[in-house]
Design a binder for this molecule. Structure first.
Ligand code: BTN
Length: 329
């Protein structure tokens, strides 16, 4: 245990009570200046610690930081985040970092989390708004032994894991806009960017990147996002704990992923269909080889969307940008 960890543990043990600098320095066998230095580091990292003459130090509220020491003790996963958990206060993009780690050979289940991203990436070259301590920005390395044709299943299991987490940890009722936007009343609360590296033998790795808006105030979103985005806070979930949401997300992601590997994708698919915003709707879909307008009929066993156009032709679409068309009634 480092000195910083020991000071933090002592303050947490006496949460909301004062701990004198003298007692800390005696029990940790270091000088009071050394204790104060660690307290300053903890404050810089985002912990709320008061200090008062003759009283000492007091940690006031649970910090809700996504550091390993906050998230990992209550993490009920078997693999995800258990061995390699990389935490940054600030980074360009957790997906960029996870891709580097994956190419260096880091194993499945390696988690990269940041309190803030300076170049958070969204799908189709867009950016992802990633302010400090408000959202959850997380990427997980997966190394699925699956044939390439099943890769779209991965996007779907991530979407279901995110939606289920929002239901159980935040009591929200999200819907999945295929392939992987998570919406509340048509406003985006979470987005997924999965990036795969493949070779002749199949999938080398997938980086599952997930961004969730938790404590963002709507007025803080940049103009182009404001009307189309929401957060847990904006949906009146006042006391959302980012730590609990991240723990729940990693657990559900691992569970759906294990089911997928065990050949039980049907269970997740049924949930994805139930949570789908688009099935049964008239949609306009910008796919790789053109625009398709028609009715979204179903999500098939590969995770592809089936769209029936006005000529009655059914298109099987692997990915694309979808808009739900307003009903004419
Ligand atoms: C989208 O809806 O366009 C996808 C957004 C994905 C954002 C997350 S935040 C964590 C990870 N790191 C990134 O740079 N992007 C993803």
């Amino acid at each position: 245990m480092t000195l910083r960890e020991a000071v933090l543990a002592a303050l947490k043990e006496n949460q909301r009570d004062w701990v004198s600098g003298e007692a800390l320095s005696a029990s940790l066998n270091v000088s009071r200046t050394a204790v104060w230095k660690q307290v300053k580091t903890l404050i810089a990292q985002g912990y709320v610690i008061e200090s008062a003459p003759k009283k000492g130090y007091r940690i006031s509220a649970p910090a809700d930081l996504l550091a390993a020491e906050e998230v990992c003790p209550g993490l009920a996963t078997e693999v995800f985040g258990k061995q390699d958990y990389f935490y940054y206060r600030e980074i360009d993009s957790t997906n960029n970092r996870a891709r580097i780690l994956a190419s260096e050979g880091y194993p499945e289940g390696t988690v990269v989390v940041a309190e803030m991203q300076t170049a958070g990436r969204g799908r189709r070259g867009r950016s992802w708004y990633s302010p400090l301590n408000q959202g959850i920005y997380v990427s997980v390395i997966l190394r699925p032994a699956l044939p390439l044709k099943e890769i779209s299943r991965i996007s779907l299991i991530i979407a279901v894991a995110v939606a289920e987490t929002m239901e159980s940890e935040l009591s929200l009722q999200p819907r999945i806009k295929w392939p992987n936007d998570i919406l509340i009343d048509n406003k985006k609360i979470a987005g997924i960017l999965s990036e795969a590296v493949t070779d002749m033998d199949g999938i080398e790795y997938v980086v599952a990147g997930i961004g969730l808006n938790i404590k963002n105030r709507v007025q803080d979103f940049p103009d182009d996002f404001r009307t189309a985005a929401t957060s847990a806070l904006a949906e009146n979930v006042g006391s959302a704990s980012r730590v609990k949401v991240l723990q729940g997300l990693l657990l559900r992601l691992e569970q759906h992923y294990q089911q997928l590997l065990a050949g039980k994708f049907a269970v997740t698919l049924a949930k994805a269909r139930n949570l789908s915003l688009v099935i049964g709707q008239d949609v306009c879909l910008e796919a790789v080889n053109g625009v398709i307008v028609g009715k979204a009929m179903d999500i098939d066993d590969n995770g592809f969307l089936l769209v029936c156009d006005h000529q009655g032709i059914t298109h099987t679409v692997m990915s694309g940008e979808i808009s739900v068309l307003a009903s004419r009634e």
